[in-house]
Design a protein around this ligand. Structure first.
Ligand SMILES: [Fe+2]
Length: 301
């Protein structure tokens, strides 16, 4: 398995102050020291950062950081892409170190979603302490780093994009879903694909067959208990954050979560209890009803 987990997101922003308030007061992320002007770094665990927010003037996802567990896996991913004729760019030493990787290259998937793919990481060297006393975000399964969560990316050419992740980067199918937004017997539904990597997280990358201006449908963070989810929901409503979806439980990964709008225009799914399948015994699913209960959507403005 070439890619193991989602290491981080790089997010372009027009309003860093809004992100500061949201990240620290609502999500409960820990601000980390940044030596770069116009860059906010936020921690969730033992890593130096999991969210990197850059003042670019535009709210747009700049990169999903995908991590390979070993140099060999990373070299396999790079070779697969080069052999397939995909344009890849080796990152500078400064950029690689800023991401906490040992080696890194950049490329885009066939839908144009920007990716940074690396291996090796440094530890922050100091404990994670949430400004909202969040006990901790779930990024480990024992000693196995599961990354910080998952990212669902737009892909109008969803079949081609899915093949890119499976054929070149070692992802595999966890679930295919049809989402029926129009209603009625003639609604063909929109496709969503959920792909797992080497780690036991149910999906690391999701693909959605609709356009999203921010470049990110949503990203998921996981906490240990339902109480932590409820406390986050209280912080979000108290801060006037738009709640995009009520509490609910997904059919595929069994995550109990709610969704809230970020200053970047995309949603954060804040949940607990996601399953961690044993991939040697796992049978992929096909989902026509996305939730066991809840998750009533309000897409807002
Ligand atoms: Fe999700």
């Amino acid at each position: 398995m070439a890619v193991h987990s989602l290491a981080y997101l790089v997010i372009g922003a027009h309003d860093l102050q809004a992100w500061t308030q949201y990240a620290e007061s609502v999500v409960g992320l820990m601000p980390a020291d940044s030596t770069e002007d116009g860059v906010l770094l936020y921690r969730m665990d033992h890593r130096p950062f999991r969210f990197r927010i850059e003042a670019t003037g535009t709210d747009k996802l700049l990169a999903s950081g995908l991590e390979c567990a070993t140099r060999g896996d990373w070299e396999t991913a790079l070779a697969n892409l080069q052999n397939a004729g995909v344009a890849v760019e080796k990152a500078s030493t400064a950029d690689t170190l800023a991401r906490g990787f040992r080696d890194m290259f950049r490329c885009s998937d066939p839908a144009g979603n920007p990716l940074e793919i690396g291996w090796g990481h440094v530890a922050a060297g100091s404990p994670f302490v949430s400004p909202q006393a969040v006990d901790g975000f779930i990024t480990l399964d024992g000693d196995n780093d599961m990354g910080f969560g998952h990212a669902v990316l737009p892909a109008l050419n969803i079949d081609e994009t899915r093949a890119f992740y499976v054929d070149h980067l070692g992802f595999a199918n966890s679930d295919e879903m049809r989402v029926f937004m129009q209603g009625g017997p003639d609604d063909p539904g929109m496709s969503m694909h959920f792909l797992h990597a080497g780690s036991p997280r149910h999906h690391v990358i999701g693909l959605a067959q609709f356009p999203v201006p921010s470049g990110l449908v949503h990203t998921m963070v996981e906490v240990a208990t339902l109480d932590e989810v409820g406390l986050a929901l209280d912080r979000a409503t108290g801060a006037g954050t738009h709640i995009s979806s009520t509490l609910g439980k997904h059919t595929n990964d069994k995550m109990v979560s709610f969704y809230m709008r970020t200053p970047g225009g995309f949603d954060i799914e804040y949940g607990c209890g996601g399953i961690r399948p044993d991939w040697s015994k796992f049978t992929p699913t096909f989902t026509l009803k996305e939730d066991l209960w809840g998750h009533k959507w309000d897409f807002g403005q």
